[in-house]
Design a protein around this ligand. Structure first.
Ligand code: CA
Length: 231
């Protein structure tokens, strides 16, 4: 069964999400508080995607996300945010999340986003294990067998989405990729979200890989179009 953790303190929203996930073939694991969510993840190491509500009575969803990543977990994480929350603040705080969904959301939208992330966090592992190899570009070495990145011999921790973006860039050096190209390749063509998620992830990736994130030299911006891997 495809396990998905659902962290939401409001029981009406949680049941709504749970019912819809079951309908789509998922096995939802419920949590009402951040602490409960972390415990559920420890007990269910096969959870591949977590939905984390931001506004919670104890530790908030961002903190839960931070702790999940601090434990070295690479599961897919989707934040559930309220419309009233300023988007800039949300994306700035999304330090380890792969995606976000704004309330109110439709069941179709939510499951499409989970499907996309679920594929991304495991669907490709088998293919790549067979043809596994390394992509090398400048100081970077991307191992597609164990999905790791090194810069100058030092391991850089990436989320699955960040890994997929790096792979796309390193496979297409010097080629300008539009934000739509990146979205289609990394999130899939059936992805419902906004293009902005590409920029959010690029910004975070730059913080991890650039010598100076404010003056990026590896992932460069192609104004009005997208991004390019090249130096
Ligand atoms: Ca809440």
């Amino acid at each position: 069964m495809k396990k998905v953790l659902v962290l939401e303190d409001e029981s009406s929203i949680r049941s709504f999400v749970v019912i819809n996930l079951k309908r789509s073939g998922y096995d939802p694991i419920e949590a009402q508080t951040g602490e409960q969510a972390l415990e559920q993840l420890r007990e269910n190491p096969d959870v591949r995607v977590a939905l984390l509500d931001v506004m919670l009575p104890d530790i908030d969803g961002f903190e839960v996300c931070r702790r999940i990543r601090a434990s070295g977990s690479k599961i897919g994480i989707i934040m559930l945010t309220a419309k009233s929350q300023e988007m800039d603040k949300v994306t700035g705080l999304m330090t380890g999340a792969d995606d976000y969904v704004t309330k109110p959301f439709s069941p179709a939208e939510l499951t499409a986003r989970i499907d996309a992330l679920y594929r991304r966090t495991g669907g490709e592992i088998e293919d790549e294990a067979l043809s596994g190899s390394e992509l090398i570009s400048g100081p970077f070495r991307l191992n597609t067998r164990n999905r790791t990145l090194e810069k100058g011999g030092t391991r850089i921790r990436l989320t699955q989405i960040e890994y997929a973006i790096m792979k796309l860039f390193m496979e297409s050096p010097g080629r300008a990729l539009s934000r739509e190209d990146i979205l289609n390749e990394v999130w899939g063509r059936d992805y419902y979200g906004e293009l902005k998620i590409v920029d959010v992830n690029i910004r975070r990736l730059r913080l991890k890989i650039e010598d100076s994130p404010t003056i990026p030299t590896y992932i460069t911006t192609v104004w009005g179009f997208g991004y390019k891997w090249g130096f």
